[in-house]
Write a protein that binds this ligand. Sequence first.
Ligand SMILES: [Cu+2]
Length: 188
Amino acid sequence: MKHPLTKTAALMLAAAPLVAIGAANGAASAAARTHVTEVMQILTTGTLKGSGQQPKITNSSWTVKKGESVTVKIVSFDDGTAPLMGQYMKYTKVMGTTNGKETVAGRVVTNVSDINVAHTFTIKALGFNMPIPVAPTGKSVTVVATFVATKTGTFVWNCYAPCGTGTTGMKGAMSTMGWMTGKVKVIS
Ligand SMILES: [Cu+2]
């Protein structure tokens, strides 16, 4: 009569390592989420103001986790400038990145000169700002920055360079979700 019990005990012992492996795998996949990269492209070329062309960004909305390191990589094909003006001049500066910097075509910078700005990727509520300079005609410029989202919620990002339509350049794509604005959701 002891045999079945012994067998059961042996099976339980055998099962224990499997549970441990399962837990380890869970921990490993959670660890893999400590750093993600979001890649976006700004599509359109040419001087936009008054041309009727509208700049559009790909992957405009995404979800990340609070506390994880998020690398934002923006490849812009836009060779038209939209200099920042007035209250938006502050967005020539890189803000809220983990090292206070971004890279532009591999070069480390802390700002982009006003006349060279084509767009910004700004999550105002998170204090995060990436100025995007004009791309060489017929080519693209890659801008990369890393930040850590410190609070949960759904935050709208905007471009503050007047790259849209209307007399202020703030209409059209600038105020259209999925074009020059989108949403960043931070979950716990
Ligand atoms: Cu823009």
